[in-house]
Structures are given as structure tokens and as C-alpha cells.
Ligand binder design. Sequence first.
Ligand code: GAL
Length: 332
Amino acid sequence: MKRCLQLLILPAIYILTLVLSGCESKTKIGFLMDNTNLERWKKDKELFEKTAKDLKAVPIVKVANSDPELQYQQALELIDEGVDVIVLIPCDINKAIKIVKVAHANNIPVISYDRLVKNCNVDYYISTDNIYLGELQADYLSKISPVGNFALISGPTTDNNAFLIHLGWMNVLQPLIDKGDIKVVIDKHTDFWLPDESYKIMKNFFKNGGKVDAILCGNDALASGAILALKEFGYDGRVLVAGQDADMNAIRNIVAGTQTITIYKPIESLVYATVEAAKKLAKGEAPSNMNITVNNGKRLVPAILIKNIQPINRHNIEMNIIPKGYLKKTEQ
Ligand code: GAL
């Protein structure tokens, strides 16, 4: 009899547990993206949606097409849709402050994703060490060309990373500039992280008879614009060029010898750490994975700076890129 009861009760408990866990409300994570016009952001979007689902959360993604006002409206929509946490890639570091404020007014924490929102009480920041990233780029080029003319093309002033990367460049270059070995012949910000502006900057420079030995660019799209101008003037392959993001096009340029280096960022780790932190926050717990604090001008923001960023050059492509599934060996 006892055995009979057991046979009936145990499956019933099992079914009840399954039903109850199915009813448990899932964490809703809002993801406000600046744009998806570059390969890397498409990857962030895809991985974010997949990882959130894998970790039993509901991702709600909105893309602002580089429009800070639209991004604010999208934040309001996310609040209406009842998200537990907002993950924010700001279109504009200053204009995004009001997104953090309105989220907080609705008791929703905000994680600054790969771009820090400055001068506000943003809750967490998850990125890589962008100063170190700039140092890696400058170090690589200045080891090959310790003497010569350098062009610096940073991304937009609306993105804190553009300043951090530039800081990294200067950490390496300043002693060489002071020695008189390196001369900075161009030092400009662009309005967007896109190739047309870097193309125009370099084209104008060459038209006016400018000579350059190395071009440091904030990302691969800027590098590709610079390479286009180099090609037009027949300098491609003879000038060092650095970018970041390990875009397919950059990898091809490295194989072809027109780009010297890119920096690969582990997007998978950024996304995973973010979704993990968001899930904790939704339960009212502090994320346990923060490993540093970063000053945003208003507070020391608890942060994760993912360490394993990787310089990619023509010698280590095979080891680094092909195993990650970026490029098939035959595509080289
Ligand atoms: C920056 C980021 C770069 C690059 C750029 C282009 O914020 O640091 O890795 O992706 O955006 O959108």
C-alpha cells in the first residue's frame, strides 16, 4: 500500500514542480542599443538575445539608429513594458543621463554596456579596459615604427571610449613625442564610428602633400576608411594601420597586408557577464561578478572590465580568429 502511494505521489509532486517553475515570472531585460550598423553590434544583439533566452530571461531589444532622442523614447517604452533591468549602450554619453534618471525614478537599475554613461548614478558598467586597448594598438605600431609621422583618428566625442582609447595611445606615444622621434600630424575625432569621415580626413591630408607612417584608428570601420584613402594615393601596405573589433573586413585587410593590427573583444564574455548581472539585479541582489570600480565623474561605478582582449596581426590570425569561427581557412 505504502509503495502504491509512493508511486502516485512522487510523479504528482514532480508534475506540480514543473508547473510551478513554468509559472515563475521570467526576468525581463531591456537592451537599448545605439545602432546595429557595424558587424560587432549585430553580434552583440544576436548573442544578447540568445544568452538571455539560454539563462531563462526575456530580452527586449530596441535599436535607436544613433538618435539619442529616439533612445530616450525607447527607454520609456521599456519602462511601460515592465522590464526589470535596462542594459544601455548610450548613443550619447551626456544625453543618456536622462535615461538613467527616468529608469531610476521607476526603480529600474541600469547597466552601462561597453560605453560608460558619465556624471550620473548609473548602477553598473561592463566593458573592457579601453585605455589598455589603446596602449596595445599604439605599442604595436610604435614598436614597428618608433620614429615617424603618426595620425590619430578617434571615434565620436559622444562616446567615452573614444577618449579612453586616445588616452591609451598617448600613454605610449608621449615619451616618443617628447624625444622628438614621433610627430602627431593628425589628431581628430569623427562624428560617428564610420569609414567616410576617416576617408575624408586622410584624403585631404594626402591631397595637401601630407606624409604619414602610421594611422591609429578607434575602430575597424575608421581604419577601413583610412585604408581606402591610402589605396587611392598608392600608399596601402606601406603605412601601418591599427583598428579594433576584429571585423571580417579588417581581418581580410590584415591578411592582404593593408591593415597591421586589430583588437578582438570577447563579446560573448561581455554579454554573458551582463545577463548574469541583470538576473541578479532583477532578484534584488547585488551582482557578484563586479571586479573593479570606475569613476564616471559622479560616483565610483561597480564594474567588470573583461581582461582577455586580443591583438590580432597577420602572424596570429590562424591561432585566434579561425578557431572562433570568424573566418574559414579557405576564406583567407
Ligand atoms: C565603441 C566601442 C568600439 C566600437 C565602436 C563602434 O564604443 O568601444 O569597440 O565598437 O563603439 O560602434
